[in-house]
Structure formats: C-alpha cells, structure tokens
Ligand binder design. Structure first.
Ligand SMILES: NC(=O)c1ccc[n+]([C@@H]2O[C@H](COP(=O)([O-])OP(=O)(O)OC[C@H]3O[C@@H](n4cnc5c(N)ncnc54)[C@H](O)[C@@H]3O)[C@@H](O)[C@H]2O)c1
Length: 356
C-alpha cells in the first residue's frame, strides 16, 4: 500500500546527514528482480504517473547530447526526483547507437544513478537498459488496458518495429493478461521480423503470427498497434489506413504523419515533454499552431477526468519520464538490498573530512 503525503514535499527528508554506502547493481541482478513481476511493475508505473500528475515529482526536460560526426546516435540525460514511497532523486543516462544492431550489440545502453535525498550522495549505479525497457513496456501495457476500456477490447495486435522494446511490450501485455487471436509483425529488417517471430513462438504466444512486408496491411488488420521503430521522421501518412479506429501505442513517437495525429484522440504521458524533439505530436503542434488536438494525459484517463472517444483512433504517445526509471530503479534496489546481495564498493567516497 503506497502512502501518498498530503502535500508534494511533505515527505522531504529529515534526520541526520550521513554518507550512504555506494553499490553497483548489475544487469543480471536487475533482471532477476523484475522477471515475472509484470503486474507489480504496471501497478508501480500507474502509481508513479499519479504522483507525477499530482505534483510529487520534479521532472525537467530530457537533455539530448548529439554528435555532428554521428548524426544518428545520441545520449539522453533524464534527471528526476520522485516523492511518495520511493522518495529518491537521480539520473538516467541512456545512449542510442542504432548502428550497434548490425554488429549484434543492442542499440541502447544505460546507467541509472540513485541519489540519497538527505545528503545528495549517489548511493547506487545500476544497469538501466532493462529498467528503461521495463518501465516503457509497463507504461504501454497500462495504456493498452486503460485506453481500451469503453471500447471493444483489442483481439489482434500488430508490432511495427520489432527490436528489444517490442519484445518487452509483448512480454508485459502477455504478463498482464492479454491474449490475441493473431499477432502481426512488420520490420524493415527481415532478420528482426524473423527474430521476433521466433521469440513469439518460444514465448508460447497463442494465435496466428503474420509477418508483413509493409505496414499498411498490418495497420488495417489490427485493433492494437505498437510502433517501436527507430524512425526519425514520419513514414506512415495515410489516415485512411486507420479507418477502423484502432488503439495505437506510439512508443517510438515519430512514425505517424501529423495528419494522422490530428485525425485521432491523443493521450500523452506529459505534454511538456512530448511536444518536443520532433515527435509526431510536436509536428502536429507546429502544423496547427496549437495543442487543441491533445485529449489529455494517461493520468487524466486514470483519474476519470478524460475519456477518449470510442469512435476515433486513439494514439498514446509516451515521451518516457525519468520518474518512471527512478521508481522502477528504486524497486530493484530495494529488492536486491533485501536479498542481501548488494555489491557495495567500499571506500567509494574518499574525501570525507573537510580539512583532511
Ligand atoms: N517512449 C519511450 O518511453 C521509449 C522508451 C524506450 C525506447 N523507446 C523507443 O523505442 C524504439 C525501439 O527501441 P528498441 O530498443 O526496440 O530499438 P531496436 O533498434 O532494438 O529495434 C528497432 C527496430 O525498428 C526497425 N525499424 C526501423 N525503422 C523502421 C520502419 N520505418 N518500419 C519498421 N521497422 C523499422 C529496425 O529494423 C529495428 O528492428 C526506439 O525509437 C526508442 O527510442 C521509447
């Protein structure tokens, strides 16, 4: 049971300031703490969206480090602070190097730093590509559930872009009770589509698996569509492909032409974050000069203050909030600490006496 303080920073830390021990948490430990916990993590992400919406967070814009000599690569810093039970500050530092994939190395790599709220000292450095994929997939599964209430529950899911994030999203959908009559798959890389198909077969997914050479047929057939590509600009333009009014989880944010956004109900995680960095909703804002096409946030839907129309396509565009990484990271840290397996680096902070 999460206890929410009555004012955003009522939970501000008090008591003596001490230097916490510093621990390193490996990907193996992160995976063990999260595996099979899909329902708990979706609940945690839901609670974190609520805290964020109620003002119990600080979540400035992500900072994009880009390189003139490597234009397709980037490293993003997501600093954040979350109140409530987690009560932690920190930073995710996540790289995206799409060329890695051809060499058999995952595109994204990341660390998460957790900072103690009393002293400001970092107390953990954690492998964070799994944390990041987990919170993204949990947010997508939460949105699939919340945004399909009040309309016919989807029976056919399509994945456009079938890398690591698509795999995690499928795992979270399956782990939170979804099953489908068919799963449709499209990727510009035949190898990726084949790899994903193989994963689906091994995961025990029920229903037909249909691989498409182009996105149109997939979009026309599916009532739940997941975009998880690395497209930097829109490649799906035709609103008529969405005439059957599907629910779209636009996790990769830049696939849809603004005309499709404008013909849909649009739910975001946080408008100030989403309307940046050339996302499709950002392009729609530029085109229209306003934000009238935004229906609300997922937290608004959860609170019942916004209900997306059952008669329109619904597009969920989650920018991905640092507070989610902190909440999931702190959950993992606590699990590892409780199991007595924390790898503490003795003497990590060394200059602790002001005058030696
Ligand atoms: N919104 C969020 O919170 C959030 C969080 C994490 C990742 N992401 C995004 O999710 C996306 C996927 O991440 P990943 O780690 O799975 O990447 P990945 O590189 O493992 O997989 C991406 C796949 O998309 C395919 N692809 C590229 N362009 C395509 C197109 N036009 N049509 C169909 N397929 C296409 C690639 O061939 C590749 O197989 C990235 O854009 C990433 O930035 C979003």
């Amino acid at each position: 049971m999460t206890v929410t303080p009555s004012t955003p920073w009522e939970s501000a830390p008090s008591g003596p300031v001490t230097v916490p021990p510093f621990a390193v948490v490996s990907g193996d430990q992160v995976q063990q703490a999260l595996q099979g916990r899909e329902k708990q993590i979706v609940d945690l992400v839901e609670e974190t969206y609520r805290l964020h919406s109620a003002g119990y967070s600080v979540n400035p814009p992500s900072y994009f480090l880009r390189f003139p000599d490597r234009p397709s690569s980037r490293i993003i810093a997501l600093p954040a602070s979350i109140g409530g039970e987690a009560g932690v500050d920190g930073l995710k530092w996540i790289s995206s190097f799409p060329q890695n994939v051809a060499a058999g190395v995952p595109r994204a790599s990341a660390v998460l730093i957790l900072n103690d709220r009393r002293s400001g000292y970092p107390f953990a450095c954690m492998e964070a590509s799994i944390i990041s994929a987990t919170r993204t997939a949990a947010s997508a599964a939460l949105a699939a559930d919340r945004l399909s209430r009040g309309r016919q529950r989807p029976t056919r899911v399509g994945f456009i872009g079938t890398g690591l994030i698509a795999r995690y999203i499928h795992t979270f959908l399956a782990g939170t009770g979804w099953s489908f009559d068919a799963i449709d798959v499209h990727d510009v890389s035949a190898d990726s589509a084949a790899g994903f198909r193989c994963y689906l077969e091994q995961s025990g997914a029920t229903g037909w698996i249909v691989v498409h050479d182009s996105p149109e047929e997939l979009i026309r057939r599916c009532d739940l569509i997941v975009f998880a590509t690395v497209a930097g600009r829109p490649h799906v333009y035709d609103p008529s492909w969405f005439a059957h009014r599907p629910l779209v989880l636009h996790v990769s944010l830049r696939d849809l032409a603004p005309e499709i956004v404008l013909a849909s109900d649009n739910i975001v995680d946080d408008a100030e974050h989403c309307l940046r960095a050339d996302t499709s909703v950002h392009l729609a804002e530029r085109l229209t000069g306003n934000r009238d096409f935004l229906t609300g946030t997922l937290a608004d839907v959860m609170a019942g203050s916004v209900t997306p129309s059952a008669d329109r396509t619904v597009v969920f565009s989650p920018f991905g909030l640092g507070v989610l990484d902190l909440a999931v990271g702190k959950y993992v840290y606590d699990e590892v600490a409780d199991s007595g397996e924390l790898h503490v680096v003795d003497g990590f902070f060394h200059e602790l006496r002001r005058y030696g």
